[in-house]
Design a protein around this ligand. Structure first.
Ligand code: ATP
Length: 747
């Protein structure tokens, strides 16, 4: 016993709550026309998830809700609950009792519940399909639909059989797998195109990153080179400075000793020469004498020059005195005054007629002679005066120089006297100081050597200072080009070879190496490295993610394909074996019903042409007919003692019997928990009603039967009878009744 009860409230004519308990394998619902019996069958459809309003005789969801009468108010919602005994776990859910409820509201919103939990329609369909209660509702035969299985097309019939065999769930799964596969393949395409788009960018970034890596390597090797070079160089400089210092200690000390020694010797020499006189005085006197001589020669040179000038001026005077010159220029006013004078003498002479020519000429001659004489005299006076003044000045100078010269001579003489005297006295004393002087010479020679040594050290020191400056610059460069890490060098452990020429050339080689590396690093140009690395890393991660995604999708696609293939096999094998079984049962029921004859189902494949529009530009006039292969189930029947073959040739009663035989055969293979037959027996005569009753009893061994009937024979087979009446308030009423009452109600 699977089906326990059905609770209807607000559904169609059932305004009030009505509960039908199905405690017997066969339940019959009886009542007059229009009392609401078919509404019960529809309540079953409704609660099992039926989506076709037409099959529940409605147009809108609202039509399913009690619409009210003049006496009873309309309901806002229709609710139907169906309760199953699930102690044998016919439904794959871990409850002994399963209650499925569906509610529809006036706004057509539907709600589904399983044991009070809100679920989706899909969950209901899945749950029921595993108990062979499929959506096509082959187990609910509505009024007048008994021969639906016969009138259906081959294809529809096949679907009904598949449903009865419980294959719908696999087909549904297959469809879902196909949809998923399609979506997965689309995703693969999409993700692969994303990867393709990303590839050149990654390639480009990869090259940049390679450069950066190279630069990084260069930089780290530069750091190592620098560290090695700088640590050795700093050791070299420190040791060199120490070494120079040590080397300069002894010469400096010696120099100090020597200067003390010299002082001592000087004292000694000074004591020997009487203390007052010394060779320096001799030198001083010599110097003075030579200075005087120098002065004298300068004075002599000046005197010579003055003598020369004096000679010149004396010669000039002499020349002037002797010279008669006619080339000398005569001022014009003098010549015109001469002319005026001559003119006046001439005019006087002309006036004084008494004067003779001789007197006149001599007078004129005297005037002219006087004129020339005056000119001559004037000239000589100027030049002679100047020359005589010069001579006087020069003579004065000569006298002064002479005096100076004489002074100098005198001074020199005095010095010489003193010098000679001094020399004499030194020579007298020299015998005693000779040794001291000899030693002094020796000491001075040594002093020279020591000085040389110290100045060589000084040169080295200044070289070293330059090297230290260079070193400081190198450290700055190291920090600039290789980072502060490069300058964080450990002082090298002492090494004996630090100052050897091989080591120095090795250091020079290292320096060249650092410079080369520095240039290569600059050429590598690794600017903006961090950002680029980050971008590369992100892009690479993305590409990897996409690669994995493709892999996952390909795997998913493969497993979906496998699933589809498996489902195909399962559907095919289960269908074939199910069809075989149905065929057997069909034949058995048919021959039982008709007392012989034959009936069979066969799988047929037909190609059907469907019209499909093809777009040609903007006009879609051209039509092509695509043939589609379709599988279906064909029914063949042969009546006993008749040659008639085929369904069309059957009478109404025969069609009803044949279809009942097929329906019963179908429900035998995978028996559904219950079967509802709404007046399937309406067309049967008495004899056939009995056969129908027998079959029902046979069927009731496997499925619960709910029969809506007016047939007395059928009622007699039922264990429970429900009477439905239409009350005066226009609502359906339900009551459990005895057989006799039922017969009365039915009539
Ligand atoms: P028959 O024996 O003639 O087949 P029946 O007993 O099967 O009759 P139903 O077809 O189940 O009768 O019931 C039809 C009745 O239900 C009608 O009287 C109809 O008015 C009523 N009905 C249908 N829908 C609604 C609704 N939404 N609200 C109220 N009453 C409704």
């Amino acid at each position: 016993m699977h089906l326990k009860s059905l609770e209807i409230s607000g559904f169609k004519s059932f305004a009030k709550r009505a509960i039908l308990e199905f405690t017997s394998p066969i339940s019959a619902i009886v009542g007059p026309n229009g009392s609401g019996k078919s509404n019960v069958a529809e309540a079953f459809r409704f609660v099992l998830g039926e989506q076709s309003l037409k099959s529940m005789r409605g147009k809108r969801g609202e039509d399913l809700i009690f619409n009210g009468t003049s006496k009873v108010a309309r309901q806002q919602r229709a609710a139907v609950k169906i309760t199953f005994d699930n102690s044998r776990r016919v439904l794959p859910i871990d409850f002994d009792e399963v209650v499925i409820e569906r509610i529809v509201h006036r706004d057509s919103v539907n709600e589904y519940f399983v044991n009070g939990t809100h679920v989706r329609l899909k969950d209901i369909i899945e749950l029921l399909s595993s108990a062979h209660i499929g959506a096509t509702g082959h187990h609910i035969i509505s009024q007048g639909e008994a021969d639906k299985i016969l009138t259906a097309s081959d294809k529809e019939r096949k679907e009904m059989i598949e449903d009865a065999l419980g294959l719908k769930i696999f087909q549904w799964k297959r469809l879902e797998a196909e949809r998923k596969l399609e979506k997965t393949d689309e995703n693969i395409q999409h993700v692969e195109s994303l990867r393709r788009e990303l590839a050149p960018h990654i390639k480009f970034l990869g090259k940049q990153v390679e450069k950066i890596q190279k630069a990084k390597e260069l930089k780290s090797s530069l750091v190592l080179l620098y560290k090695d070079y700088l640590s050795r160089e700093s050791y070299f400089l420190e040791e060199s400075i120490k070494d120079l210092h040590e080397r300069s200690i002894s010469p400096q000390a010696e120099r100090e000793q020597i200067s003390l020694k010299l002082e001592e010797l000087r004292v000694r020499i000074g004591e020997k020469s009487g203390g007052a006189r010394s060779s320096s005085e001799v030198v001083g006197l010599e110097k003075k004498m030579s200075e005087e001589r120098e002065r004298q020669s300068l004075l002599m040179r000046d005197l010579g020059r003055i003598e020369g000038e004096l000679g010149y001026f004396e010669r000039e005077i002499h020349r002037l005195l002797k010279e008669t010159s006619d080339r000398r220029p005569v001022p014009f006013e003098r010549v015109s005054s001469l002319e005026a004078e001559l003119d006046s003498v001439m005019s006087e002479a002309l006036a004084e007629e008494s004067k003779t020519k001789k007197d006149l000429v001599s007078q004129l001659r005297a005037i002219i002679k006087a004129f020339f004489q005056s000119i001559q005299d004037a000239k000589d006076e100027v030049s002679l005066g100047k020359a005589r003044a010069e001579i006087a000045r020069l003579q004065e100078q000569r006298a002064k120089l002479d005096a100076k010269y004489q002074d100098s001579k005198n001074a020199e003489h005095l010095n010489r006297v003193e010098y000679e005297h001094l020399r004499q006295s030194i020579e007298d004393e020299q015998v005693g100081s000779l040794e001291a002087e000899k030693e002094m010479l020796k000491v001075m020679k040594r002093l020279q050597e020591v000085e040389n040594e110290l100045s060589a050290i000084g040169v080295e020191r200044s070289q070293l200072e330059r090297q230290r400056d260079d070193f400081a610059r190198e450290v700055r460069e190291a920090i600039l080009f290789a980072g502060s890490d490069a300058a964080r060098f450990e002082p090298v452990a002492s090494y004996r070879e630090w100052s050897s020429s091989q080591e120095r050339s090795r250091q020079a080689e290292k320096k060249r190496m650092t410079e080369k590396t520095m240039i290569r690093l600059e050429e590598a140009g690794a600017a903006g490295g961090d950002e680029l690395l980050k971008e590369y890393e992100e892009s690479f991660q993305r590409s990897e993610f996409l690669r994995k995604e493709v892999e996952d999708l390909v795997r998913a696609s493969a497993s979906l394909q496998t699933l589809i293939a498996e489902l195909d096999i399962r559907i095919k094998t289960e269908f074939e074996s199910g069809l075989g079984k149905i065929n057997n049962e069909f034949s058995r029921f048919f021959t039982h019903m008709f007392g012989g004859g034959s009936a069979s189902l066969s799988l047929v494949k037909k190609t059907r042409k469907i019209r499909e529009s093809v777009d040609v530009g903007e006009i879609s006039e051209n039509m092509s007919e695509e043939p589609v292969a379709e599988e279906g189930i064909e029914v063949k029947v042969g009546l006993p003692h008749k040659r008639i073959q085929g369904l069309v040739m059957l009478s109404g009663g025969e069609r009803a019997l044949a279809s009942i035989a097929l329906l019963f055969a179908m429900s035998q293979v995978n028996p559904p928990p219950f079967i509802i037959l709404d007046e399937t027996d309406a067309a049967l005569d008495e004899a056939n009603s009995r056969k129908y009753g027998d079959m029902i009893e046979h069927l009731a061994k496997y499925s619960q039967l709910i029969l809506i009937t007016h047939n007395r024979e059928t009622m007699s087979r039922a264990g429970i009878l429900y009477g439905i009446t239409m009350g005066s308030d226009g609502t359906s009423r339900l009551l459990s009744i005895a057989f006799d009452e039922a017969v009365k109600v039915a009539k």
